[in-house]
Structure formats: C-alpha cells, structure tokens
Design a protein around this ligand. Structure first.
Ligand code: MTE
Ligand code: MO
Length: 226
C-alpha cells in the first residue's frame, strides 16, 4: 500500500507542495504549509495538510455550491445553508492516513450522504458515486452501498469549528470507515453513475475500497455516533 516513486515524480511535476510520501519530506511539508488546529495537538497526533495541486481552492461560505447530478430524479444544487438545514449528525473519531499518521478524537459534523441522496432520488440503475473537488484535481468514488453507511457524511464542521480552507472547507467528504484519502476536500460535485470509477489516489495505487481495518468491510458501526 504505497504510492511509488513514479507517482511522486508525477505529482512533483504537477507542482505538488502538500503531498509527499517520505516521512521526512512529509514533516517538512506539514510544517511549511501549517497544519491548522491539528498543529495544537500534542506529539505526533497532527494532521498533515494535503493538496495535490500545491494550493487551496478558496470558496467562500456564501458562494459554496454542491452540485448533485447523474442518475437521479431531481438534480440539485445545494448551498451551505441548504446542507446546514438538513438533519445533522455529529461524531468523534480518529482520522487515519494510509501513510501511517493518525489524529485521535477528531470531532465532525455534517449531513449524512444518504440524506443528500434521498433528497435527489437515486435511480435504480445507479451503482456508484463519483466526487469532484474545487481543486479540479482530486476525485473519489464510493459504491451506493458504501455511501449509505451512517458515518459517511458531507461535513461542514471539523475540530469544533467550520472546516478551514486547508482542511477542505467549507465542505468536505468524510468517509469515517476508510483511510483519509477517501475523504475528499473542497467537495464540489457528486455524480451518480453506473460503475465505480477509481479516483485520483486509486489511480495511483491505493485500494478503491479503503477500509481502515484492511478487510472487506466495516466491522462495527462507529461507537461515537450521535
Ligand atoms: N482535494 C483533496 N482532498 C484530499 C486530499 C488532497 O490532496 N486533495 N488528500 C487526501 C488524503 S491522502 C488525506 S490523508 C486527507 C488529509 O486531510 P487533511 O489535509 O485535512 O489533513 O485528505 C484527503 N483528501
Ligand atoms: Mo492520506
């Protein structure tokens, strides 16, 4: 489960600043770009801030839009206020990157992805979702079944505040049962499609099904869920 040198070189060619896979490089990068509130946590329990593009797309809370389209009955564009007006879910869980770093006790709040899907009406031919980012670089995928897990959320709060721009705010995906790369930042669009389309990290070698326990599926629901 590692991204090879070829990929790292490709990323560098793209001007990647925030993505590095050697731990020493990674530490340099995380201190260089800052690590938000995670930086206040003791010891090694800190977020590394990742950005494939080397910069952060800045989208204001007022201008933020989430477009949901594809195999749905009612294609819908959600504002942040729309998302905040929907039933909210909050829980706390460790955030884990596949490269080994881990941040315990991260608080999240958002709306379940299943709730968003119910609003637009997923059609019977749907198999998977693809996710797009305002960075126009990262993409992700989930099967329809994975998208209905109760701890897969469209998140608008993290670490007890609005999600900061470096952490993917105003809105990011948070796929609690999977490694961090599934939790796409700066979420701009969700398309309901008829096949799984591997996302950016998967095209570079990470498993499409990024379960934290390395097995075939979640073992137990998130105990911290409220
Ligand atoms: N748009 C976008 N989302 C992304 C990434 C990225 O580079 N760009 N990196 C992923 C990876 S590998 C991880 S571990 C987490 C890191 O989240 P953080 O940057 O908030 O620490 O974001 C994920 N989502
Ligand atoms: Mo990651």
């Amino acid at each position: 489960m590692r991204v090879g040198r070829r990929v790292f070189v490709a990323l560098s060619a793209l001007g990647a600043l925030g993505v590095a896979f050697g731990s020493s490089v990674q530490n340099v990068v995380s201190s260089a770009v800052g690590s938000g509130l995670g930086g206040l946590l003791p010891g090694g329990d800190r977020f590394r801030i990742y950005s494939i593009t080397g910069s952060y797309p800045v989208v204001s809370r007022r201008k933020y839009r989430l477009e949901v389209s594809g195999l749905v009955d009612s294609p819908t564009t959600f504002t942040l206020a729309d998302l905040e007006a929907m039933p909210a879910t909050s829980f706390t869980k460790a955030f884990q990157c596949v490269t080994g770093w881990r941040v315990p006790g991260v608080a999240w709040r958002g709306v379940r992805l299943s709730e968003v899907l119910d609003r637009v009406g997923v059609q019977s031919t749907a198999v998977a979702l693809t996710f797009e980012s305002y960075d126009r670089a990262d993409t992700e995928s989930l099967t329809i079944d994975q998208a209905h897990l109760i701890d897969v959320i469209v998140a608008y709060r993290m670490l007890d505040g609005p999600i900061t721009v470096e952490h993917g705010g105003p809105v990011r995906l948070y796929v609690a049962p999977m490694f961090g790369y599934k939790s796409l930042k700066w979420l701009s669009a969700i398309r309901v499609v008829d096949q799984v389309v591997p996302g950016f990290w998967e095209q570079n070698g990470y498993p499409v099904n990024g379960w934290l326990d390395g097995t075939t599926g979640p073992t137990n629901p998130n105990p911290g869920l409220t």
